[in-house]
Design a protein around this ligand. Structure first.
Ligand SMILES: NC(=O)c1ccc[n+]([C@@H]2O[C@H](COP(=O)([O-])OP(=O)(O)OC[C@H]3O[C@@H](n4cnc5c(N)ncnc54)[C@H](OP(=O)(O)O)[C@@H]3O)[C@@H](O)[C@H]2O)c1
Length: 324
C-alpha cells in the first residue's frame, strides 16, 4: 500500500509517500481501507515530536510508528477475531493508531463508529478529533440552553464544531476569529462575531457564562475578564508551537489549581476519542444540526502541504486529505 511515512521527527519536508506493507491487525482491531483523512495540530505534534513530553508516548529518539495521521473515514477491509459489530464492507469513521495518511490503517474497534450516512468520506474524516474535542469541551464547561458562550478560534477545526454544537444546545454564541472567517462563523450559528485583529476580546466589555478557548494564546488574566462571576473558562488549545517540554499544555494541567485562584471556574480539556462520542455526534450530523466545514482538500501525495498549511495556525475549518 502507499503511505505517508517518516524516519525521524522533524518538519513536513521529511515526509514521503512510499510503498509499505499493510499494517497487521490485533484481535480487537479493524483494518480500514482509508478513503479520506484529516490533519489537526496533534498530527504536527507527532510529526515534530514537539513538545518533547509527547516522545514519552511516541518514541524517545525516533517515532515508533512511521505513519502519521489520526482522523479517518473509510471502508472496513478486515476485522480481528475479537471484533463485534463491524464487518468488511462497513463504512466507518474514527481514529487510528498506525497513521491515516495511508491507503490502509489499523484502528481499535472502540475508536470507530458507522459513518453518518449523509456525509462524504471527506466530511466524515473531518469529524473525529475536532468534533469529539468540541463536544467534550462543551460538556466539561457545562454549556446549556440560555448560556452566553464565547468561542475563541471559532473558524478553526474545533471552533467550527463548537459553534454549531453550542448553538444546537440553545446557547447564544459569540465567535472570535479573524475577519475573513466572520461570515462563515455567523453562518454556523454565532449571533455575534469578534474580529480579534481589530478588537481584543475584552474590548466590548461583554461578560459570558462560558468561554471556550481553542486558540490558547491569551493570558488567563485576559480570559478571566470576559466571564461572569463563577463563569467557566474551558482551556482547550495549548498553543502547540510554544514551550519546549509541554508546549503550553501545563496550563490545562494546572486548571484545578488556577480555579482556586480567582472567581472563575477554570477547566482543562483533555479529549478522549472513541465510539461513544462519535455516536453522539452522528445524529447531529445526520440531522444537519452540525455540518463539517472543509477548508482545503489535498491529495495523499500532497499531505506535507496540508500540514504546512495547518502549521501556519490559521486554517479555515478542517484540512482534509483525500486518499481515494
Ligand atoms: N485539549 C484537547 O483535548 C485538545 C484536543 C485537540 C486539539 N487541541 C488543541 O486545540 C488547539 C486548536 O485546535 P484546532 O484543531 O481547532 O486548530 P486549528 O484548526 O489550527 O484552528 C485554530 C484556529 O485558531 C484561530 N486563531 C489563531 N490565532 C488566534 C487568536 N489569537 N485568537 C483567536 N483565534 C485565533 C485560527 O484562525 P484565525 O486566526 O484566522 O481566526 C484557527 O482557525 C490546538 O492547540 C490543539 O493542539 C486540544
Amino acid at each position: 500500500m502507499r503511505a505517508i511515512v517518516r524516519d525521524s521527527y522533524g518538519p513536513a519536508g521529511g515526509l514521503s509517500l512510499r510503498a509499505v506493507d499493510r499494517p497487521p491487525i490485533g484481535e480487537n482491531d479493524v483494518l480500514v481501507r482509508v478513503r479520506a483523512a484529516a490533519v489537526d495540530p496533534g498530527v504536527w505534534i507527532f510529526m515534530t515530536g514537539r513538545p518533547l513530553a509527547v516522545r514519552l508516548a511516541t518514541g524517545l529518539r525516533r517515532p515508533r510508528v512511521a505513519g502519521l495521521g489520526r482522523d479517518l473515514a473509510g471502508v472496513v477491509a478486515e476485522v480481528g477475531a475479537g471484533v463485534t459489530g463491524l464487518r468488511p464492507g462497513d463504512e466507518v469513521y474514527g481514529t487510528c493508531k498506525t497513521g491515516s495518511l495511508a491507503e490502509y490503517a489499523v484502528a481499535p474497534q472502540q475508536r470507530l463508529a458507522p459513518k453518518p450516512a449523509n456525509l462524504t468520506f471527506e466530511q466524515a474524516a473531518a469529524v473525529p478529533v475536532s468534533g469529539v474535542t468540541a463536544l467534550q469541551s462543551l460538556r466539561v464547561a457545562g454549556v446549556s440552553a440560555g448560556h452566553r458562550v464565547m468561542i475563541i478560534g471559532a473558524g478553526g477545526g474545533i471552533g467550527t464544531f463548537a459553534v454549531q454544537l453550542a448553538r444546537a444546545s440553545g446557547a447564544a454564541v459569540t465567535g472570535v476569529c479573524s475577519g475573513s472567517k466572520a461570515e462563515l462563523v455567523r453562518s454556523l450559528g454565532a449571533g455575534h462575531v469578534i474580529d480579534y485583529t481589530r478588537q481584543e476580546i475584552t474590548g466590548g466589555g461583554e461578560r459570558y457564562d462560558v468561554v471556550i478557548d481553542t486558540a490558547g494564546n491569551r493570558p488567563l488574566s485576559t480570559l478571566r475578564r470576559t466571564v461572569v462571576e463563577r463563569g467557566t473558562i474551558a482551556l482547550v488549545g495549548g498553543g502547540h508551537a510554544r514551550g519546549r517540554w509541554l508546549g503550553g499544555f501545563q496550563r490545562q494541567m494546572a486548571a484545578p489549581v488556577l480555579s482556586l485562584l480567582g472567581a472563575a471556574r477554570v477547566r482543562g480539556v483533555t479529549a478522549r476519542e472513541g465510539r461513544r462520542s462519535l455516536e453522539e455526534l452522528t445524529p447531529l450530523l445526520e440531522s444537519g444540526a452540525v455540518t463539517p466545514v472543509l477548508g482545503a482538500t489535498y491529495p495523499l501525495g500532497d499531505a506535507a502541504a496540508a500540514i504546512r498549511e495547518l502549521e501556519q495556525g490559521h486554517p479555515t475549518g478542517k484540512i482534509v486529505v483525500t486518499v481515494g
